[in-house]
Design a protein. Structure first.
Length: 101
């Protein structure tokens, strides 16, 4: 039996920023969400990025390895915050995005 979806939504045109081009859409989103407020938990990032908590953990591990993110346990949650290097990357991306043609 062959099934076809009833509803097909075309992929939305996404703005590719330098950060997205470098890290990929999901990791760039993880970094941006972690920059909000005093950081973000794994669950908050998962909801914002539309991915599973285990995927967030894997992406956070890569970003930690690159020195862009710090993860710390607080009770039953893991809080992800940016390092100074991660913050610098986001700021440079914002500047490049506002000056792009």
């Amino acid at each position: 039996m062959l099934l076809y979806p009833l509803l097909h939504e075309p992929a939305a045109a996404t703005l590719t920023t330098p950060l997205t081009a470098l890290l990929g859409r999901t990791r760039a989103t993880v970094l941006r969400v972690a920059a909000s407020g005093a950081g973000a938990t794994t669950g908050e990032i998962a909801r914002a990025a539309g991915i599973s908590p285990s995927s967030v953990s894997k992406h956070a591990g890569v970003l930690r390895g690159a020195g862009l993110l710090i993860s710390s346990r607080h009770g039953g949650n893991v809080l992800h915050t940016l390092t100074p290097a991660g913050l610098s990357m986001l700021r440079a991306d914002a500047r490049a995005s506002t000056t792009a043609p």
